[in-house]
Write a protein that binds this ligand. Structure first.
Ligand code: PEP
Ligand code: MG
Length: 746
């Protein structure tokens, strides 16, 4: 029985291949496919419905239905049985179509005559392209082998669509990957960029779907699987010290050795597919299961299997083994996601980055920010729509991506970029001037940093120093815990680059969103409120001690500034300061030079610290408000959660009043105070912070120019008055009033 069906499906595939090889227009090809599919499966009807746009399916070819309906009959996603197959991505196989839920009668097609209906989705790597349907008058349910045969035809159709086989006269289909597309995502890093797509993981296109000789194809498959196993074993032996990575690779190895996986692919070959088509068919099935899996663990395992199929396809086709050597001009990286290490390897050669997934606080976003590369994340479909080399414009400010933009978009976008370039020139002209307001107040502007890649900005941005050096970034971009000697080297290079300017080294701030790849993740119900930053440092002081020692040695006699993150009460600052003193005593015993001057400060990131005792304010050597965290705890709104993170304005009167109280408390004890959250880098926010009394702000290097430019044009007394008036008037936020003042500026 199997033998007969196998040869049937192979026969059908053979005929399909001959059809595809014939020189014919797109429509003619589609017509032939419907004809021979109906003929092979033995049904009166075979129809191909393809997407006209994201939501509309169109009957593009049919054998058996009214030919007049071709290119006339359309339906929305979810409408009728065909629409349901499209929406759910699931097969419908019924002997009594009119009695099936969702059936919709379409008079123009003569459909009521047909009782049985079998519809399979036409999709490629998760992208929905259309629906393939067979129908017959007799009430029969189609067999598993007939379903398989139709699935294979759908797969061939999907591949051929990708290759543009149905484009052309008769307008069966618009050419794919040629039209302009606008995609929306979320801002990861501001800025605009124009360039050409560079797919981090290029799509593999399978051109030989059908094969005559299953023995040869099996041998090719087995050879490729063997090569895959060897490569996974090699990766595994190189990752022995990396527990997390080992876990993933172990799972890979298990799948690569899985008999079931190989057997399913071999069965596909026996039914007439080439080795690569067999892998792709199995991959599609895995993806379909992945879309339905609710269990996170299962989804992750299926994701592993999906990755493994990709590797296998690359081995079989030799495609996609690209190296950075062929980067196009002005490359814009397009990827599902990317690790910080991989991103650093590309470095500044990239003009922009577009990710299908990603999160604002992800490590890739942190690196992109450090490199000042415009980044748009959460850009659904970008991987499906983009081809290597496509013209692309990335608007990091709006979180928008224009793929293959038309002339109007190109002109508007270039105008915007030119305006930004002009603004940059303006900022460059005041680079060496101080940030002094019209009323004569001097504001210190420092930059935030964390990677070696940030250091050149010390010179180019006009920063007075580094107000926040996030030391955890060095830990995050590695896949191994750095050694002390490495840290000494890194910190010394930072101090060297600062050439006498103050650098505030913040000790390791891990936990919550910053998870080290080589540390077992903590399963906490509320990571943002959990075991993080100084809490980890004090409970497990080993790493903190190593870091303090590295900082002392890197300073090598020069002044040193250390800041502890996430201090919630005086005792934590006290204990951390004690660790510094112990480290100093130890260095002294070992005969190392001690810093000429040492400052030990804390970040004010939890509301509790604002209410600490006066003694704390007297003893702490300086405070820096970590506005990102402080704001999330003040409003109880997760800074990582897109739904709530922008819900409350920093210029909300409650928050500003709270910050004002902190300024007042610090003034009473002469405690130096600065602000180093992202808001310090937003000109309007920075202006208001200065107006309520902050005299030191630390921000992304790219923000220094715009912030300084605005401060130099404003009168803080006036802004302060506007803020107080808005507060007295019972406004929710002072923003509109401040914006009105800005509009009135000459
Ligand atoms: C902050 O919380 O504002 C801050 C500067 O620290 P991070 O963003 O690294 O948590
Ligand atoms: Mg913080």
């Amino acid at each position: 029985m199997i033998e007969r069906v196998e040869s049937e499906s192979r026969k059908l595939l053979g005929r399909l291949r001959d059809t595809m090889a014939e020189k014919a227009a797109g429509q003619e090809r589609l017509d032939k496919i419907t004809h021979l599919t109906a003929d092979s499966i033995g049904t009166e009807v075979c129809s191909i419905y393809l997407f006209r746009d994201d939501d509309t399916l169109e009957l593009c070819a049919t054998e058996g239905l009214n030919p007049e309906a071709v290119h006339q009959t359309r339906m929305k996603m979810g409408e009728g049985l065909v629409g349901r197959v499209a929406r759910t991505g699931k097969i419908i196989n019924t002997a009594d179509a009119p009695a099936t839920r969702g059936f919709r009668y379409m008079a123009e097609t003569g459909e009521e005559l047909y009782s049985s209906f079998l519809g399979v989705p036409i999709q490629r790597l998760g992208e929905k392209l259309g629906v393939l349907v067979v129908q017959s008058k007799d009430a029969r349910k189609f067999s598993a082998d007939e379903v398989y045969a139709l699935e294979v035809v759908a797969m061939v159709l999907a591949e051929m669509t990708e290759l543009g086989a149905f484009v052309g006269e008769g307008a069966a289909l618009r050419a794919r990957h040629t039209e302009p597309v606008l995609l929306r995502g979320i801002t990861g890093q501001e800025g605009s960029a124009e360039g050409h797509v560079w797919l981090h993981e290029p799509r593999v296109v399978v051109t030989n779907l059908v094969a005559d000789d299953p023995a040869t194809e099996r041998a090719r498959l087995i050879e490729a699987v063997e090569a895959l196993r060897i490569s996974v074993d090699q990766l595994l032996s190189g990752a022995v010290e990396d527990a997390e990575q080992v876990q993933v690779l172990e799972a890979y190895r298990m799948f690569a050795n899985s008999k079931g996986w190989l057997r399913r692919m071999e069965e596909n070959i026996d039914r007439g597919l080439s080795a690569e088509a067999a892998v792709e068919k199995e991959q599609s099935d895995v993806r379909a299961r992945m879309m339905q899996a609710n269990d996170l663990y299962l989804r992750e395992r299926l994701q592993d299997l999906d990755d493994l199929s990709n590797r296998l396809l690359r081995i079989l086709t030799g495609q996609g083994m690209q190296t950075g050597a062929e980067l196009p001009e002005n490359p814009i990286l397009v990827a599902r996601n990317i690790g910080p290490g991989e991103l650093l390897e590309y470095g500044r050669s990239l003009r922009g980055i577009v990710l299908e997934e990603g999160a604002v606080g992800s490590h890739a976003a942190i690196v992109a920010r450090a490199l000042a590369i415009p980044l748009v994340i959460g850009t659904k479909r970008i991987q499906i729509e983009a081809l290597n080399g496509d013209h692309i414009m990335v608007d990091g400010d709006q979180g928008v991506v224009h793929l293959r933009p038309d002339d109007t978009v190109v002109t508007a976008f270039r105008d915007k970029m030119a305006m930004q370039a002009k603004a940059q020139e303006r900022y460059a002209s005041i680079r060496d001037k101080p940030a002094v307001t019209l009323c004569g107040t001097r504001i210190r502007l420092d930059m935030n940093a964390g990677l070696m890649a940030d250091l050149p900005s010390l010179e180019s941005s006009g920063a007075e120093g580094v107000g926040l050096f996030r030391t955890e970034l060095q830990f995050l971009v590695r896949n191994k815990m750095p050694r002390r000697t490495e840290l000494v080297d890194i910190y010394a290079r930072v101090i060297d680059a600062a050439r006498g300017r103050r650098v505030v080294f913040r000790t390791l701030d891990i936990g919550s969103d910053k998870v080290l790849p080589y540390m077992a993740p903590q399963d906490e119900p509320n990571p943002a409120l959990g075991w993080r930053a100084i809490r980890v440092g004090l409970d497990k002081p080993g790493v903190m001690r190593m870091q303090l020692q590295a900082l002392l040695r890197a300073a090598n006699g020069r002044p040193l500034t250390i800041m502890f993150p996430f201090v919630a009460q005086f005792a934590e600052y006290d204990a951390a300061r004690n660790e510094v003193h112990k480290a100093i005593a130890r260095e002294e015993r070992l005969g190392h030079v001690l810093p000429e001057r040492l400052e030990i400060g804390a970040m004010l990131e939890t509301p509790s610290l604002a209410f600490a005792s006066k003694r704390f304010f007297e003893e702490v050597e300086f405070l820096s408000i970590g506005g990102n965290d402080l704001k999330q705890f003040f409003f109880a709104a997760d800074r990582e959660n897109e739904r709530v993170r922008r819900r409350y304005d920093t210029l909300n009167v409650s928050f500003l009043s709270f910050l004002q109280d902190i300024v007042t408390r610090c003034a009473a004890t002469n405690t130096p105070l600065s602000f180093c959250g992202e808001d310090a880098g937003r000109p309007v926010e920075a202006l208001c912070l200065a107006a309520i009394g902050l005299r030191s702000l630390s921000m992304r290097p790219a923000s220094i120019g715009p912030v300084k430019h605005l401060l130099r044009r404003c009168d803080l007394t006036e802004v302060r008055r506007i803020i107080e008036t808005a507060k007295d008037a019972g406004e929710q936020t002072v923003r509109p009033a401040v914006m009105e003042y800005l509009r009135s500026l000459p």
